[in-house]
Design a protein around this ligand. Structure first.
Ligand code: SF4
Length: 280
């Protein structure tokens, strides 16, 4: 049985479902088929949640932006997957492509009955590449998936439960040592598959924050991550939802050519509107 990330105390107190698969939920609720770190909506204005009061009160732009995005889009139920392994494979496949393409590659893997560490480890890398072809850069990604599997099998006998027993710091270091796993992929694995309180930074996040003058466009990944992690309580649920909401506004509005008109964050724009990605 998959180890629940939700604590026993949270389960007792009826906290939102934190991690579940098709067959298992820490609170024992039936009928779920998607993995998500946030199945119950958290809206700090209308439904105060302990995460907003336990460690510190969120104020300033991080709070305003979150509330506005949540009001506009509601809960995102991200990451869409049936188990941790699928999250990890998806995190590698999503590098430099859209989620639609990832879904097609994942569907191919499932159709072939290959969505498990041992099945994928046995598969020749060329064959893996042809199966995940819809995700783009498929030969490179096949090698990256193989590198992760070699690590998982050599270090933990292919057991994700064992891997996720490592501390966040140590596991992040191990993941970053794997060929083709950078900070965004490593943090996606830690947050979405491991339920660790680590904020994922992606191109949308960088673009939105810098267009709004909250960070320099030249900020490093670490600086951007600190911006969130020093301003928010260390909650995987909150980080999950916040990142998913930023992706949503990025997809619909904060594209290379921004569509500020009608954007939920339009009211927070200060000064001149960005015209294109060159304005970053
Ligand atoms: S589209 Fe415009 S208003 Fe919306 S997040 Fe981007 S810069 Fe801000």
């Amino acid at each position: 049985m998959q180890e629940p990330i939700q604590t026993a105390r949270e389960a007792r107190e009826g906290a939102p479902h934190l991690f579940h698969t098709r067959n298992h939920c820490a609170t024992g609720c039936p009928g779920f088929s998607r993995l998500s770190a946030l199945d119950s909506p958290i809206h700090p204005l209308t439904d105060p949640h302990p995460m907003f009061t336990k460690t510190k009160t969120i104020r300033g732009p991080l709070r305003l932006y979150y509330d506005r995005l949540f009001e506009a889009y509601g809960p995102q139920h991200w990451w869409p997957a049936e188990d941790r392994f699928e999250v990890i494979i998806g995190a590698i496949l999503t590098q430099n492509t859209t989620w639609n393409n990832v879904e097609r590659a994942i569907a191919n893997l499932k159709r072939e009955g290959l969505m498990s560490p041992k099945a994928l480890h046995r598969l020749p890398v060329r064959r893996l590449g042809s199966i995940i072809r819809p995700s783009g850069y498929y030969n490179v990604k096949a090698v990256r998936i193989k590198s992760f599997l070699t690590f998982l099998i050599d270090q933990y006998g292919g057991d994700l439960e064992k891997m996720f027993k490592e501390t966040t710091k140590k596991l992040r270091r191990f993941l970053l040592d794997i060929n083709g796993i950078g900070p965004e992929t490593a943090d996606s694995i830690l947050l979405y598959a491991g339920g660790r309180p680590i904020f994922v930074i992606d191109a949308y996040t960088r673009r939105i924050l810098s267009r709004h003058g909250l960070v320099s466009p030249r900020s490093t990944y670490g600086v951007l991550q600190d911006f969130f992690m020093k301003g928010l309580p260390p909650s995987p649920r909150l980080y999950n939802e916040y990142h998913a909401l930023l992706i949503e506004v990025g997809k619909h509005h904060c594209r290379k050519e921004p569509i500020c008109s009608g954007c939920p964050l339009e009211r927070f724009l200060i000064g001149k509107r960005p015209k294109s990605v060159r304005d970053l």
